[in-house]
Design a protein around this ligand. Structure first.
Ligand code: ADP
Ligand code: MG
Length: 895
């Protein structure tokens, strides 16, 4: 791993020791201050920035101010490692801090400092729930210091988004942020733009966003008008093709490859010269028709219901109404089944996370696991990974992997281990790689008569997750979780009393005031005393009529607001909920700390891995759930030679070894030799995925340059109040291009033209710019190239002025609106068509690439050509439309 300081955490500490000490000293002096003095710090800092002070110079004082505010508002003393992490973030790096080290609070330090400039700070989280949680939780510190917090949620309308993006610090998920960016760049009115320019961004769980999610780009799509007959023709054609002669099937990759003979057959059938041509290509349709025919079976992969093709989920066997296979496959199946073919979606805008986050002036991130991926961060994002030592030494014991021959024996062994842990009383977290496997284990545990909680990464379950994770550290608790589940919430030994108290209060208010009008507490909380507290709370709330006339949503946000960590009572009705919280909390805290003692005595949280994941990073993430803040804990991975990783990447060697040693199926091996092979296998998979991401990045980079150019031009137009100049520029460029073309072309291909060059120029110009036909061709004959151009410019301006006068007299101001509208509309349409061409190009390049050429270079060259064509096309059509708008159209409709 590379970073600025080598990778010795102590060295990093030493380098920053002085700075950290200084911050601590300043903040300890601030303890004497009264609240108002602390709060006016923000104004003082802002003033100094206005007077030209650099924010780096303000760092020590600003960090000290946050530290002190945090102490006053949340009653938490920031650890040294958190201050250190904050500095590292401010410097635009990734800080690797283990789970439970308090990254959320760490990020407030650089967020506050960078917010002082007023240019905005974005804090990016993996889901809506965490964005909301962190905004409310950290918002208390910011608001104490007079800094405004914004929050973006999925269902928010544009007006509210804009308000929230204008706040000093905005919490938002990666996908909302990306989609807002794309939507902003499709706005027709500049008032519809919700985001400001990008300044500083802190990505939480940065590896999940920049690595795991970087394989699929963000796409905004809309219905397209592709004619259905291409699907039908391809379906007919597919029935004529012969397997292994015209095409080959790759079952494993669910893929079809056309043979050379097949390609020729198709081209003859369709009477076209190339099925991969960039304008209206056929290959995709044909391949989809073949896939539909060969690989997708009715009543297994899909069913027909109400004349619709409905997907059947591979793992669960459940039908998935409304979901559609992408890239035209669904339509191909519809054609095969002769049901109505539904419209395909067309990409209107797209960007990869890689390129999106590079738009920030300064980018930083934090996660528990980044060092294994540091070369990728370094190469693609130009960002260093710095490991921060833990606050307390981690004493977790990572036990060696156990490898079984058969998968069956592995799962039995896992269930046995769960049983043992349950008997001892240790809480256990079992990580699985997918939903199917977590359900398999759940079934096994049921057979053993063991209670368990099942967590999976489905978005609708994230809030439930908080509840399950809150209790995952209690004794005798078995928690099964898939990959992504529970990120962002940490497991506290003995249970999370805070979280539990909040959840139970929220739940009882939901039950009573929103759903059933009755307390359901018995279902999940038997404690009599707590029940009494909750009952009292409900009757008090009812008596004081606090929720009368509130919508359900208001009831919830009111409750959540009152459950925040602040001790100060800011609102007068607050005490009912707050008091109940304090009562419930102190009781839970008592019960839980007893349990905590027990759990610690028997060894803390035990983590079981059921398979090596596709990268070591994800394994480490799972392991990292145990041993937080110096707690005891352990982890162990159970593997089998039938696991995907071992099967695909070099399990043979190990199998041979096991055969030679004549090892029983039930007996695992635990050996160092194996670990090496395993690590190697995993590294192979890691680099495989890295290559995919790198390739996506390199190809998107080409598109990205074009996207930036188009977006910049669009922005220029959108913000301009006088686009006439822009239009004239487009017209003049068009004239240049036409004149240049004929001057060059004409000499070479004289024979082809039986009219004069000037006539050609005139004809073309006449069509595009709608110039009066009185321009005498003979006039052009007597001029040189440059004169021809200036003459046409002049004619164009005169015609344009006339047109403008005409429109102006119809409705003052209209012409400016029309100009803008035409410009934006043409740019957008052309760009969307361009995106499709680029996608086709990408595909056809992949197909062509077994020649000598480097496909990427080839792609770049052709992409450039396509881009130039698009620009010319935009200029020409804009000029064409604006010069011809006859205004028979209702002007209201235009805007
Ligand atoms: P991470 O994201 O690093 O896994 P969180 O930010 O979710 O961790 O914090 C985990 C818990 O630690 C939270 O409950 C938080 O209140 C607590 N915490 C963070 N910093 C401190 C601190 N300096 N002292 C005490 N508790 C802290
Ligand atoms: Mg976190």
């Amino acid at each position: 791993m590379f970073n600025l300081f080598g990778n010795n955490p102590n060295k990093i500490l030493r380098k920053y020791e002085e700075k950290v000490d200084r911050i601590k000293l300043i903040s300890s002096e601030m303890k004497e201050w009264d609240d108002l003095e602390v709060q006016t710090q923000t104004k003082k800092f802002k003033k100094r920035i206005q007077e030209g002070s650099d924010i780096n110079a303000l760092l020590p004082e600003a960090f000290a101010t946050i530290k002190e505010a945090c102490r006053r508002v949340l009653h938490i003393n920031l650890f040294d490692v958190q201050i250190l992490g904050g500095i590292i973030l401010h410097e635009g790096n990734i800080t690797e801090m283990k789970t439970g080290e308090g990254k959320t609070l760490t990020s407030t330090l650089p967020a506050y400092l960078n917010a002082l400039t007023g240019s905005g700070v974005h804090i990016v989280t993996v889901n809506d729930y965490l964005a909301k949680r962190d905004a409310e939780w950290m918002g208390q510190i910011y608001s104490f210091l007079g800094i405004q917090t914004g929050l973006i949620q999925q269902n928010m309308d544009a007006a509210n988004r804009k308000i929230n993006y204008n706040k000093d610090i905005t919490y938002v998920t990666n996908s909302e942020l990306g989609f807002d960016y794309l939507r902003d760049n499709m706005a027709i009115d500049k008032d519809d733009i919700v985001q400001r320019d990008f300044n500083f961004c802190i990505i939480d769980e940065v590896d999940s966003i920049l690595i795991d999610e970087a394989r699929t780009p963000l796409i905004i799509s809309g219905p397209s008008d592709i004619p259905n007959n291409q699907y039908i023709t391809s379906n007919t054609l597919a029935q004529k093709l012969i397997v292994n002669q015209h095409y080959e099937i790759d079952e494993k990759a669910k893929n079809i490859i056309l043979t050379d003979e097949g390609i020729i057959f198709c081209e003859n059938f369709l009477q076209i010269s190339n099925i991969y041509q960039i304008e209206s290509p056929w290959a995709q349709y044909i391949l989809n028709a073949l896939k539909a025919q060969e690989l997708f079976l009715k009543d297994r992969n899909y069913i027909i219901k109400d004349n619709n093709v409905v997907i059947v989920d591979e793992f669960t066997g459940r039908i998935m109404p409304g979901r559609r296979w992408s890239d035209g496959l669904h339509q191909a199946i519809e054609a095969k089944e002769q049901v109505d073919i539904q419209n395909e979606n067309q990409t209107l805008a797209s960007i990869t996370y890689q390129n999106f986050f590079l738009l920030y002036h300064k980018l930083s991130g934090m996660t528990g696991t980044a060092s294994t991926e540091s070369p990728e961060f370094e190469k693609i994002y130009k960002i260093n990974v710095v490991s921060i030592p833990t606050n307390k030494t981690c004493i977790r014991e990572d036990l060696p992997d156990l490898v079984y021959k058969r998968e069956f024996n592995k799962w039995t062994a896992i269930a046995n281990e769960c049983y043992d842990m349950y008997k001892i009383g240790r809480p256990t977290l079992i990580g699985t790689t997918n939903v199917e496997k977590s359900e398999l284990l759940a079934k096994l545990l049921k057979e053993y008569g063991l209670p368990y909680n099942l967590l999976n990464a489905k978005p609708e379950n994230v809030e439930k997750e908080a509840e399950i994770i809150a209790q995952a550290g209690q004794s005798k608790t078995l928690t099964i979780a898939t990959n992504m589940a529970g990120r962002g919430t940490d497991i506290i030994l003995g249970g999370n009393a805070q979280q539990f108290s909040k959840l139970i209060i929220l739940q009882s208010i939901k039950d009573y005031f929103i759903h059933e009008q009755k307390l359901q507490i018995d279902n999940y909380q038997p404690d009599q005393e707590i029940k009494r507290y909750l009952k009292n709370m409900i009757s008090a709330l009812k008596q004081k009529k606090i929720f009368d006339h509130m919508t359900n949503e208001d009831i919830l946000s009111y409750t959540e607001l009152n459950l925040l960590d602040t001790q100060e009572l800011q609102y007068n009705q607050i005490d009912i909920i707050k008091t109940t919280y304090n009562q419930v909390f102190s009781l839970y805290d008592k019960i839980f700390s007893l349990d905590r003692k027990q759990v610690i005595e028997c060894g803390g949280l035990h983590v079981i891995g059921t398979e090596r994941h596709e990268s070591r990073r994800i394994d480490n993430q799972l392991r990292g759930r145990a041993g937080r803040q110096g707690d005891p804990g352990s982890s162990r991975f159970f593997l089998s030679l039938e696991d995907n990783l071992l099967r695909i990447f070099g399990g043979d060697k190990i199998l041979n070894l096991m055969e030679t040693l004549n090892i029983d199926d039930e007996v695992p091996i635990e050996s160092v030799i194996l670990n090496r092979s395993l690590d190697n296998a995993q590294k192979k998979v890691e680099s495989y995925y890295y290559d995919i991401r790198k390739q996506l990045f390199e190809y998107d980079e080409v598109l990205n340059n074009q996207r930036q150019a188009i977006y910049a031009e669009r922005k220029r137009i959108l913000h301009s109040t006088y686009v006439r100049d822009c239009l004239l520029e487009y017209g003049e460029n068009t004239i240049d291009e036409i004149v240049d073309f004929y001057y060059q072309e004409y000499n070479q291909q004289l024979a082809q033209y039986n009219t004069s060059r000037e006539k050609q120029i005139h004809k073309k110009i006449q069509v595009i710019l709608n110039l009066p036909s009185e321009i005498v061709v003979n006039l052009l004959n007597d001029m040189g190239e440059r004169e021809v151009k200036s003459f046409l410019y002049e004619q164009f301006r005169i015609t344009y002025d006339l047109r403008e006068a005409y429109l102006e007299q119809l409705r003052p101001g209209l012409v400016r609106q029309l100009e803008k509208y035409y410009l934006l509309q043409q740019i957008d349409t052309a760009w969307q068509e361009h995106l499709e061409k680029m996608a086709n190009l990408r595909e056809s390049i992949g197909w062509r690439s077994y020649g000598q050429q480097d496909p990427l270079t080839e792609y770049k060259n052709e992409a450039f050509g396509l881009f130039i064509n698009m620009i010319t096309y935009i200029r020409e059509t804009v000029s064409y439309f604006i010069m011809r708008s006859r205004l028979v159209i209702d002007p209201e409709k235009v805007m």
